[in-house]
Design a protein around this ligand. Structure first.
Ligand code: AP5
Length: 215
């Protein structure tokens, strides 16, 4: 299965991707996580992307497409993948179609902007593996420590009010139109995010199974 997770910042793409990766045994690929790792390692791409992330803007299409293309060429993607946060512009979606980066199902997570602000403000992310937690809704077993890999939990530099607002406006301006793009291709499934992570997961799995049955 080749799955795209679409949705605004904080909708729960990363949280659901982690569960789906286990369930379907295919890799979850987060462009945000790849870019943040590149920034930490100060690679050429990381240096280029740093300012965009800090301002809450999108990193240029050609840079992101190249990162995804390289990651998808790895062997663990042979049986499918979960793309979290890609594509994010019409141009990225068109490049995917033109270059044969396949998509079977696009799962669109819908959550109100006010809820997103609260989620992002309380998010803590694992510095090492990128797993997402929340100080109220999704706490780690031990404060400050990732359940999955034992890494340190930090607040992302783009999870501050001013940058969160910018990211939301960029989503509405640049990414939301992808819903229509994939609706026209009969690939869009929409799930309304619930207050409890496991409830959202239940709806997500139901939607994927329905979409798979129709493939
Ligand atoms: P990226 O890392 O992709 O960030 P994002 O899209 O802004 O999404 P988030 O990671 O913030 O949220 P999420 O939907 O994964 O939610 P999460 O599961 O963490 O991108 C960052 C930046 O990289 C971009 O701004 C851009 O600059 C660049 N970039 C990335 N991809 C790009 C691309 N393709 N093109 C160009 N630039 C690109 O959940 C959020 C919080 O809510 C957590 O605390 C979680 O525990 C909690 N939560 C989750 N689900 C629930 C629930 N059901 N109930 C209650 N709480 C919940």
């Amino acid at each position: 299965m080749k799955l795209v997770l679409l949705g605004p910042p904080g909708a729960g793409k990363g949280t659901q991707a982690a569960t789906l990766q286990e369930k379907y045994q295919i890799p979850a690929i987060s462009t945000g996580h790849i870019i943040r790792t590149a920034i930490r390692e100060q690679t050429e791409t990381g240096k280029l992307a740093e300012g965009y992330i800090a301002r809450g803007e999108l990193v240029p299409d050609d840079v992101v497409v190249e990162l995804v293309r390289a990651r998808l060429a790895e062997r663990d993607c042979e049986n499918g993948y979960i793309l979290d946060g890609f594509p994010r512009t019409l141009a990225q979606a068109q490049i995917m179609d033109e270059t044969g980066i396949g998509v079977d199902v696009v799962l669109n997570l819908e959550v109100e902007d006010e809820v997103l602000v609260e989620r992002l403000s309380g998010r803590r992310e694992c510095k090492k593996c990128g797993a997402a937690y929340h100080i109220a809704h999704n706490r780690p077993k031990v404060d400050g420590v990732c359940d999955s890999c034992g890494g340190e939990l930090i607040t992302r530099s783009d999870d501050v009010p001013e940058v969160i607002r910018k990211r939301l406006s960029v989503y509405h301006e640049m990414t939301e139109s992808l819903k229509d793009y994939y609706r026209k291709q009969n690939k869009l499934m929409t799930v309304y995010g619930q207050d409890v992570v496991a409830e959202t997961t239940r709806h997500v799995v139901e939607a994927i199974e329905k979409a798979e049955a129709a493939l």
